[in-house]
Design a protein around this ligand. Structure first.
Ligand code: URP
Ligand code: ZN
Length: 458
């Protein structure tokens, strides 16, 4: 049997181990893994790891937010491919009074022509009511079994009440959906903002001071209680604190259907950065935290309590970030991240002995695919799955710099970080979109993935 492409001589990685095997690709699918496979085209992967494409389930491309618009789908998906991400999830955030279905159609019209890798959308609910409840089955049928609700962002018109969250969780559970939350306590943050104003604190470090860990941990504990009472499946986006990671750990031990993600910014950066002149470049919500939070987050990632790594990419360049004009409340919140997700996780997690290679693949590929309804089509190098494969050179040393990354941004939060290990070739559904670190993909190649509700055991 001859395949269209054979990736030869690499070691195939999954959460359960690493196997020396060739990967045979026929059309868009992996047809076989084994030794001595033959193909019309060969990719030499000697000395390399073959990873299932990373999946970044939290991104905001082309998002009108904080008075400006984040960087778009074309560059974002190109940067993703260069970083070994083969599928990303973004959001169709409802702008009232548009329905969810109208919002999804509009968002797809923005993304479809531009994306060079596969993608899906979460439905962002901003006005829970009977119409939204009636829409849920259609939204899930359209391939969006996961939702996002915001416990903050009143000024954007996005905030949901606890009652909204309860009802959405209860209703979505009927159809196997999952509700994700941006969990921060709005009342407390507003109080701390007023106190900062009273005390004349406007600088960037006040972003951290006005969002102490309780503003996240209380909201996460509350969301978990609400999910438990409603009987729904809950996902915590961008968990940032050690204490919240412990709450998730305890809740999961009690059998609550809660799942959590964190990201490289929370594992690797700390809030001392806000004291720098360019501190506003690092401002995101929730804020980056302290070294002790990082240690706990690594521990909870390693023990599986935090199941997913994702970036919350929401890229604003330095001109956009300058809109803060010295007032921390006006910073466009968000950072670049999708391109460095896999190399940073590998170098700082696996390379420095904090997590195993198997855990990395679980957090970047297998768990996202399972939880977000794409398994086993995606997230694994197995016969029958989409041929989303990353040839990863574990020895290649790279110094992260905005000047050499594909991400179109004039700074990078991880600028100057030395990493060992970088993706060199990326295939999406059997097509080589990055070859030897050169981007050869095309806008519009990426497909919208209609996802299924995940099975109860995730
Ligand atoms: O600051 C952030 N994270 N911006 C993107 C929107 C969100 O909260 O996820
Ligand atoms: Zn958020």
């Amino acid at each position: 049997m001859s395949y269209d492409i054979v990736i030869k001589g690499g070691r195939v990685v999954s959460s359960t181990g690493t196997t020396r095997a060739d990967v045979g690709i026929a059309g868009e699918k992996i047809a076989a893994t084994g030794l001595d496979l033959q193909g019309a085209q060969t990719i030499d992967a000697s000395g390399k790891l073959l990873l299932p494409g990373a999946m970044d389930v939290h991104n905001h491309f082309q998002l009108p937010f904080c008075g400006t618009v984040s960087a778009g789908f074309a560059n974002g998906s190109k940067a993703a491919a260069m970083g070994g991400v083969t599928t990303f999830l973004d959001f169709a955030i409802q702008v009232k009074p548009a329905s969810l279905m109208e919002t999804i159609a509009a968002r797809r019209a923005e993304a479809d022509p531009d994306v060079c890798i596969d993608y899906g959308l979460h439905a962002g609910i901003t006005d829970w009511n009977d119409d939204r409840a009636k829409e849920l089955p259609a939204v899930i049928k359209a391939g969006l079994p996961t939702f996002k609700m915001f416990m903050i962002y009143r000024s954007e018109g996005w905030q949901s009440t606890d009652a909204d969250l309860y009802c959405a969780l209860r209703e979505s559970a009927k159809y196997g959906g999952m509700v994700g939350v941006h969990a921060e306590n709005d009342d407390l943050i507003n109080l701390f903002h007023r106190e900062a104003e009273r005390d004349g604190l406007t600088g960037c470090y006040a972003h951290a001071l006005t969002r102490p860990t309780v503003t996240e941990s209380e909201a996460i504990a509350r969301a978990i209680k609400i999910a438990e009472a409603a009987g729904g499946r809950l996902y915590i986006f961008h968990l940032s604190t050690g204490c919240a990671a412990d709450i998730v750990h305890e809740s999961r031990r009690r059998g609550i259907d809660v799942h959590a993600e964190t990201g490289p910014q929370y594992l690797l950066l700390d809030d001392e950065l806000f004291k720098r002149e360019d501190g506003h470049h690092f401002a995101t919500c929730p804020p980056i935290r302290k070294a002790e939070d990082q240690d706990k987050l690594w521990q909870r990632l390693a023990d599986g309590s935090v199941e997913v790594l994702a970036t919350d990419t929401c890229t604003f360049n330095s001109r956009q970030k300058a809109m803060w004009a010295g007032d921390f409340r006006k910073i466009p919140f968000g950072m670049p991240g999708i391109e460095t997700l896999l190399p940073l996780t590998h170098a700082r997690g696996v390379g420095e002995g904090r997590i195993s290679l198997g855990r990395m693949v679980k957090a970047l590929s297998e768990n996202p695919a399972r939880l977000f309804g794409m398994w086993p089509r995606k997230g694994t190098i197995s016969a029958g799955s989409d041929a989303d494969v990353v040839v990863f050179d574990p020895e290649l040393e790279v110094v992260i710099s905005h000047e050499t990354l594909a991400t179109d941004c004039d700074y990078n939060p991880f600028e100057g970080t030395k990493v060992r290990g970088w993706p060199v070739t990326t295939l999406v559904r059997g097509k080589v979109v990055v070859r030897d670190r050169e981007f050869i993909g095309e806008p519009g190649y990426g497909k919208f993935i209609e996802r299924e509700p995940a099975p109860a055991d995730g």
